[in-house]
Design a protein around this ligand. Structure first.
Ligand code: NDP
Length: 444
């Protein structure tokens, strides 16, 4: 059995019930096969893959808090510190009822390669809880965040592990978490990113993941003799990533015609009005179906189905495994030419294979959504320097980083005889740097 197949079999056996983690490992290992096979003896002796697929540490803890009725609630909390070969652990905190250890391991594993691709000194980590902020009062969210941090603060620090936001964690949650960290430690340091602008946050961090997605999409299109201007775009989700991807796509002259949330999607043939989406989602914390109250010419459809809306470009920006094989076939039938992943692993393996086999350009999440964590690293730099860069300075650095990520993925794919396969290219380029650093630091 090849080294790759042996390690994948071990991952499945030793991490039972963690389907998303298995899926993420399989996708990465499959595309690394060509690199591993060429160096099998060396990598086997150093157990490179065994080290790569095992988190350095998983912290799991109880999060008790009191709701508005005086009832004590208990949630599960986690931090997966996956790999610190190239820098302090870095990755978001997710608050969603679906959160479990397997999902956070998949996210931490992916994050390690993504962070490597940015070219910045950040390792891979991820954390979160099965707490659902939806429908909770501000006081309840604060109580939860304070309890969560009362345990987590022991394991994080500006040079140790720097969490950020993810699904369900925005500026409000980061503020409550930061306040509690400061109370407990007495330290005013860049221990979290995505902070508010009045207490150490970076301009352009909020926009970074969505903007970065469009910068790399544009780069991919240009290298394949296509243009973004004039294209019809469908974006799933209506959260942080989706909103700012839509904004930047519109700035570049594309027309975004559909967005969604977990209840359904809106189709606006005249182009989505983002001020309406922002008012619903960022101000009122409402549902996307309210869009048709403000824009009666738009149509709301309950449930899944956003990928049946005809488009040139599809940007899945909601959650994992939200675009399956049937969705990919619908996109192809409707003439879709490019897919770029704003979310983490939103496209199933079967759908990814179909998309790539059918000549649709595909940019995987670990390259396409790396702008968020890259700008988080820029926030860390500003905190260390005790300086604030302007929006345009941060945005220009983000743009350069995304262009470089494209170049690295493109180059690695070409070096290994797979031009245009950005999945393989991103995985190989991310792997090369992490493994080089791991081997240089020795076994212990
Ligand atoms: P938000 O919480 O801001 O938004 C998530 C959006 O996706 C919401 O519209 C939400 O709808 C929808 N959604 C969540 N879960 C599901 C589901 N199970 N089915 C359908 N829709 C769902 O999160 P972000 O925008 O920050 O994150 C979106 C994705 O991007 C995630 O995969 C995240 O890991 C990834 N990402 C985020 C980065 C960031 O900087 N924020 C950086 C890199 C990656 P609803 O409100 O109904 O739940």
């Amino acid at each position: 059995m090849s080294y790759v197949d042996e390690i994948y079999a071990k991952v499945v056996e030793q991490n039972p019930g963690e389907a998303e983690f298995h899926q993420a490992v399989k996708e990465v290992l499959d595309s690394l096969r060509v690199v591993i096979d060429a160096n099998e003896e060396k990598y086997r002796k150093l157990a490179v893959l065994e080290n790569l697929v095992e988190p350095e540490r998983i912290i799991s803890f109880r999060v008790p808090w009191v709701d508005d009725k005086g009832q004590v609630q208990v949630n599960k909390g986690y931090r997966v510190q996956f790999n610190s070969a190239i820098g302090p652990y870095k990755g978001g905190l997710r608050l969603h009822p679906s959160v479990n250890q397997g999902i956070l391991k998949f996210l931490g594993f992916e994050q390690t390669f993504k962070n490597s691709l940015t070219g910045l000194p950040i390792g891979g980590g991820k954390g979160g809880s099965n707490f659902d902020p939806k429908g909770k009062s501000d006081r309840e969210v604060m109580a939860f965040c304070q309890s969560f941090m009362t345990e987590l603060y022991k394991y994080i620090g500006a040079d140790q592990d720097v969490p950020a936001g993810d699904i369900g964690v925005g500026a409000r949650e980061i503020g409550y978490l930061y306040g509690q960290y400061k109370r407990l430690t007495g330290l005013y340091e860049g221990v979290l990113t995505g902070k508010g602008l009045t207490y150490g946050g970076s301009l352009a961090r909020k926009e970074a993941t969505g903007f970065g997605l469009i910068y790399i999409l544009k780069e991919m299109l240009t290298h394949n003799n296509m243009e973004l201007a004039g294209k019809t775009v469908v974006i799933s989700g209506s959260g942080n990533v989706a909103t700012y991807a839509a904004q930047k796509a519109q700035q570049f002259g594309a027309k975004v015609v559909a967005m969604s949330d977990s209840n359904g999607y809106v189709y606006d043939p005249d182009g989505i009005k983002l001020d309406v989406v922002k008012e619903i989602k960022e101000v009122r914390r409402g549902r996307i179906k309210e869009y048709v109250d403000a824009v009666p010419t738009a149509k709301y459809t309950e449930g899944k189905g956003i990928w049946t809306v005809p488009c040139d470009i599809a940007l899945p920006c909601a959650t994992q495994n939200e675009l399956n094989l049937d969705d990919a076939k619908a996109l192809k039938a409707n003439g879709c030419q490019a897919v770029a992943e704003g979310a983490n692993m939103p496209t199933t393996r079967e759908a990814t294979d179909f998309i790539q086999a059918n000549g649709i350009l595909f940019m995987p999440g670990k390259a396409a959504n790396a702008g968020g964590v890259a700008t988080s690293a820029l926030e860390m730099s500003q905190n260390s320097l005790r300086m604030s860069w302007t929006f345009d300075e941060v945005d220009a650095k983000l743009h350069d980083i995304m262009v470089n990520i494209f170049a690295k993925a493109d180059d690695a794919a070409k070096r290994y005889g797979m031009p245009g396969n950005y999945v393989a290219g991103a995985n190989i380029a991310g792997f090369e740097k992490v493994v080089d650093a791991m081997m240089a630091q020795g076994v212990c």
